[in-house]
Design a protein around this ligand. Structure first.
Ligand code: GDP
Ligand code: MN
Length: 389
């Protein structure tokens, strides 16, 4: 689960990392009130789950109420690479002498936590890693011993931090490691970690991802999920315990088993179609679960046609057919379905479907045939919708 900047900063503050005071708001009036409260100059910051907000015009300094109002009204509702700005973070602006970079993450290859630090902050760190890799310090940490102050000082020194802020940077690295460890984060990143003219070291930005599987250990973090920005169908799927990922095409996909669903996405793309979602009905899906899955797929109104690709192993094709029939009785879908049933009880499953004679359900024998059919149907549906309009 990715956190918004202001939520990440809340976690930073909890562990003694220095951050500026601020307020999260959702309207221009609230933004102006918050700016008056934290004191000018302020910085008005778009809260979206994507970086590079500054470049996109989503981070602006305001010297007075008029500017705060102007920036807040410009940034609220702004689209930053597909993310609509619904929340602003207003904080007292900092004076910046230098911008550094710091992060803690798990290096899966080394199977160890890794602290990264660079004096080339404020820019995209991938760029630094590419252009001047020697300026990006990567330090592996012994997970059992944790990060020691000596190590933190060494990282700051090796990275070339100004001599008078080595201790301050080390403090920040230790606190960041603590955030990463004790909050069960998968990533804790600060870019930029600034040095102020008073030689204070402070986090000006925050990028934190929490491990969803460890959320149960952090009841205080459970409210942080950005449900407002989360895809509503993904949220519903999560609540129902279904593996669903929203994509931006128009062909609804259901398969059983992550591998089969992935290849179904590929085959549909190969046939010239564009999948609307990933949905893994899982092994041993019964009729009730299939019905739920159909509801999820059709909740996306971009879906023009649906492909059911089931390879029965533990899952029984007759159960899938029953689920589909039950779903049709209740939902009466208006879009065509292509169904490929293969494997355990496939003959019975196909017989049930034939008997039910569901409107607009097209059987297919192979995955490729199914993909071609569904793509043609989606295109046809689009054409007729266009003709009607
Ligand atoms: P990002 O573009 O999404 O990474 O957003 P950041 O929070 O990192 O802000 C982008 C840039 O805006 C920073 O690198 C700073 O240069 C600038 N910025 C952000 N906050 C302040 C501030 O309080 N004072 C000043 N002077 N600049 C700021
Ligand atoms: Mn940043």
């Amino acid at each position: 689960m990715d956190l918004l900047e202001h939520q990440g900063k809340q976690l930073f503050g909890r562990h003694g990392l220095k951050v500026s005071d601020g307020k999260a708001v959702t309207t221009v009036e609230e933004a102006v009130a918050a700016a008056n409260e934290v004191g000018y100059p302020v910085v008005v910051k778009a809260q979206v789950l994507i970086g590079g907000r500054g470049k996109a015009g989503g981070v602006k300094l305001a010297a007075n109420e008029g500017e705060a109002r102007e920036h807040a009204s410009n940034i609220l509702g702004m689209d930053i690479r597909g993310h609509t700005v619904r929340t602003l973070w207003i904080e007292h602006a900092s004076d910046i002498a230098t911008e550094y970079y710091a992060s803690v993450l798990l290096d899966r290859q080394a199977k160890q936590p890794m602290v990264m630090f660079s004096v080339e902050g404020g820019v995209e760190i991938e760029q630094v890693a590419q252009d001047s890799p020697e300026k990006l310090i990567r330090h592996h940490v012994d997970a059992l011993n944790g990060l020691s102050r000596e190590e933190a000082v060494q990282i700051a020194t090796d990275g070339g931090a100004d001599a008078d802020v080595i201790e301050g940077v080390a403090d920040a690295l230790l606190a960041l490691y603590e955030v990463w460890l004790s909050e069960d984060a998968t990533l804790a990143e600060i870019n930029p970690l600034i040095v102020t003219p008073d030689r204070d070291v402070k986090a000006l930005d925050a990028k934190v991802s929490l491990d969803n599987n460890a959320l149960y250990r952090h009841p205080e973090n459970q409210g942080l999920s950005d449900s407002e920005n989360e895809d509503p169908i993904e949220r519903r799927a999560k609540e129902q315990g279904v593996q669903y990922v929203a994509l931006d095409g128009d062909v609804g996909i259901l398969g059983n088993g992550a591998g089969l669903v992935m290849s179904t996405l590929d085959v549909v793309a190969q046939a010239g179609g564009s999948p609307a979602n990933f949905l893994d009905a899982g092994g041993g899906s019964d009729a009730a679960k299939i019905k739920q899955a159909v509801e999820l797929i059709l909740a996306n109104d971009k879906v023009k046609a649906v492909l059911f690709n089931i390879f029965g192993g533990i899952t029984r094709c007759d159960e899938v057919a029953k689920g589909l029939i039950a779903a049709f009785e209740e939902i009466k879908p208006s879009v065509p379905f292509v169904v490929r049933l293969d494997g355990t009880n496939d003959v019975e499953g196909r017989r049930l479907l034939e008997q039910a004679a569901l409107p607009n359900v097209h059987p297919a024998k192979t995955m490729n045939e199914a993909a071609e059919k569904v793509v043609a149907l989606a295109a046809g549906a689009q054409a007729s919708a266009g003709a009607a309009a």
